[in-house]
Design a protein around this ligand. Sequence first.
Ligand SMILES: [Zn+2]
Length: 283
Amino acid sequence: MPAHWEGKPACAACQSTRVWPVRKGRWFECADCRHQTSLTSGTPLHKTTKPLKMWFRAVFEISSRRNGISAKDLQRILGLGSYETAWTWLHKLRAALVRPNREPLAENVQIDEAFVGDKSGKQLVLVATETDGRVRMSHADNNDAKTVERFAAAEIATDASVTTDGHKGYSAKSLGKRAHEAIVQTKAERAEADALQATHWTISLLKRWLLGTHASAVRPKHLQAYLDEYAFRHNRRGTQGVGRIASRTIEQLVRLPPRTMRDIVDDTHWYRRLRPLQNGALA
Ligand SMILES: [Zn+2]
């Protein structure tokens, strides 16, 4: 049920709440103006022709599988007619995996950057991890002080202690009052005791996931959505209760605005609103 209804269905034409369910409960008819409003109106499921049960199954698949699910596998499991439909569904669901007003990372946080992608172009990703804890990742243009500052402001508590390597983008200018230790290690020292082990581990698992489940077929303009999906799974790896995670995802899904396949294919702005760390156009 769309969030703007606040639990009470309303007519999309005249906002009257004097409505009753028709057509097996998927629609409501208005007692005042006779307009019929879909249960999915104003949500990303707007105008879906598929049973809601199939959407719930898709949410379950993306929430519960250890490695998520590819569009190809979702298409097969749900018996969807086209790959594009499965791909679009997964993108709608990915947008619902990011909880609004998330708590920033706290205590001991490591930051590093990774390059992901194939030969058509490596993309820079800023990665922050709590030691043994949660992770946040942002697709970014670069890792200069200005960009790191925006990343830290969005993702890292102001009283956290931050560990980085010696890159000059990590400084009092970008990290503000957070305690900061820049550790420069040789290869041999890193092999002995890696100061950024949690982050390096996260980065290698991320790369393996992009390569495995998604066969590296991620366009730069969609990368942030995949990073969010990866972080979602990583941050819930110890959580019991797949059902609870799935139902939270559904709640967040119906709070989002409708997006068509075209919107998703064309529009990178939607993600930039969340994570405005990229400035140039993305392919
Ligand atoms: Zn009405």
